[in-house]
Design a protein around this ligand. Structure first.
Ligand SMILES: [Zn+2]
Length: 163
């Protein structure tokens, strides 16, 4: 399942549906804050040179908490997993392939760590996208939603052919 993406100009203030993008129920009482940096420079250093973009998406407090917690946990799990994969691979290669010279052991271990991140990226993009996310480009922002009905409503509220 891929996310449903809507691209809008960066200057445009988006109108969000009057319900939560996570549980899809009304009665919103909080916002989820997502941020990104404009352009290539902003991608590496989103905090500098006025390239920082903040978006507040209306949601429930409880949904926001779970969403933020899971997002942070996932980031920690990913970092730990990459380290464990690289260290385990280095150890196993030393034990099981003693004929392999050092640069090759490191290259194989790093490639395995990179492979994990690649699979995680594919998983996120194709199988289980986050309920809501943004990608900031130079002049536009892409709003990404897991829920098709929510995304359809968002698209209706923000027609792309009007300024
Ligand atoms: Zn909710």
């Amino acid at each position: 399942m891929m996310s449903k993406d809507i691209n809008l100009p960066i200057t445009r203030r988006p109108v969000f549906p009057d319900r939560c993008p996570i549980c899809e129920k009304p009665g919103i009482n909080d916002v989820i804050r997502l941020s990104g940096g404009r352009g290539i420079l902003g991608w590496f250093a989103p905090r500098i040179a006025g390239r920082h973009i903040d978006v507040a998406i209306p949601a429930h407090t409880s949904c926001r908490r779970t969403f933020t917690l899971l997002r942070q946990l996932q980031a920690i799990v990913d970092i730990v997993a990459v380290f464990v994969i690289i260290l385990t691979a280095l150890m196993l290669l030393r034990l099981l392939a003693p004929g392999l010279t050092q640069p090759w052991r490191s290259i194989i271990a790093l490639a395995l760590g990179f492979g994990y991140m690649l699979l995680r990226g594919i998983w996120t993009a194709l199988i289980r996208p986050p309920h809501v996310d943004i990608t900031v480009y130079n002049t536009t922002i892409t709003y990404e939603f897991r829920s098709r009905p929510y995304a359809a409503e968002f698209a209706t509220l923000n027609p792309t052919n009007s300024p």
